[in-house]
Ligand binder design. Structure first.
Ligand code: DX5
Ligand code: ZN
Length: 218
């Protein structure tokens, strides 16, 4: 699979999302962080805003990252809204297999996220229920944090589990991804890169997206 850069709009101007998206035409998808102030100590946006983005940008690959409690209750709604990929946290789900199957039945890719302290090994037997595994490289909740090098081993182990599964399951990294950390993630086996502050704090966000793509593809 080709590498993908999905800028996170968390640190963009959320009151002017259309204008922000126009600044990154080279992005392969948009990463939308949904936070509920319970699973993480921050509050962002929910389904009505995602539905509005969908309506204004029918061609965008919408990559939704749910950092919310009761993921089983809310995740399928984002698939129903026409998002291409819906990620929920293993730590917030009582029935990850059922929820993944619902997401897939509604036509979206189902993805599972792991906080830094959550090992990937418990996923081994349910891996094929998912189209993507998100390895968090910061504690979820905020943009602009430093990349956690100690997650590289988990990315490698995830790559081994994916290989053993024989399925094409994407591996995504999220948190502190920048021009100085992306190479380590590529080497460890990731192929979908979320970058928030690195892109939106750059003078030319689209040039940064292209730069990150070049580094990943090198
Ligand atoms: C953090 C979010 C990330 C965040 C990444 O909990 O899941 O998607 O926006 O921001 P940066 O790239 O600045 O670490
Ligand atoms: Zn995220």
């Amino acid at each position: 699979m080709a590498n993908r850069i999905h800028p996170s709009i968390l640190n963009a101007n959320l009151a002017g999302i259309d204008g922000e998206l126009a600044r990154i035409p080279s992005a392969h998808g948009i990463h939308v962080d949904v936070m509920d102030n319970h699973f993480v100590p921050n509050l962002t946006l929910g389904l009505p805003v995602v539905e509005s983005i969908r309506a204004n940008h029918p061609e965008l690959f919408l990559d939704i990252h749910l950092m919310i409690e009761e993921a089983d209750r809310w995740a399928p709604g984002y698939a129903e809204a026409g998002c291409e990929s819906v990620t929920f946290h293993l730590e917030a789900s009582a029935a990850p297999i059922r929820t993944a199957r619902q997401i897939r039945q509604l036509g979206a890719r189902a993805a599972i996220a792991l906080r830094p302290q959550t090992p990937v090994e418990p996923l081994a037997d349910l891996l094929t229920e998912f189209d993507m595994v998100l390895v968090m490289t910061v504690d979820p909740g905020f943009g602009g944090q430093s990349f956690l090098d100690n997650q590289l081993g988990k990315i490698r182990r995830t790559r081994e589990l994916v290989r053993a599964s024989g399925q094409e399951i994407w591996i995504q990294v999220d948190g502190g991804v920048s021009e100085s950390t992306i190479e380590r993630c590529v080497d460890a086996g990731a192929e979908v890169f979320v970058a928030g502050s690195a892109v939106f704090r750059a003078d030319d966000p689209d040039a940064m997206v292209r730069h990150l793509t070049e580094i990943a593809d090198a």
